[in-house]
Design a protein around this ligand. Sequence first.
Ligand SMILES: [Cu+2]
Length: 171
Amino acid sequence: MTRCNSLAVGLLLACSVMTTLPAVTADHHSHGTVVIENPWSRPTPPGSPMGVGYMTLTNTGDSEITFTAAETPRAANVSIHQSIMNDGVMSMQPLKNGLTIPGGETVELKPHGYHLMLEQLEGPLKAGEAVPMTLSFDGADSLKVELTVRSLDGKPLKPQEKNGMHGHGHH
Ligand SMILES: [Cu+2]
């Protein structure tokens, strides 16, 4: 008898929770949350039209989101690319439909994998510089990040190898 009563109470509670939840969480389901870690780039040689962008994206929400686009004042266009190994040759292609990140999952943009392509650079990317970028998503709010331009070998910054510049102070 007591068992029946507690079961009935439990069902009642479950019902009342279920009827109130959708209204409360509607906003959370339509807007996932993305956490960006370690956004970085590489320096580019003078005259090079292309730069790269890497970062780790974590979808902390419970619904799928899609990383659709990125833009920066430092380049005319930014594409999301995928590197593919084909017969020992690395090539890359744009992800036309963006990069989908399931709820709770992390996707890493890194060398030889997914990456951002900064096209038609306004000028060379220099080691130590911060490149502002806006990331756009389907299913989440857009985000502003800054890509740290690392030294070419990815190690902490150190003085560049001098190239024919030893001697007197003037050039
Ligand atoms: Cu690329």
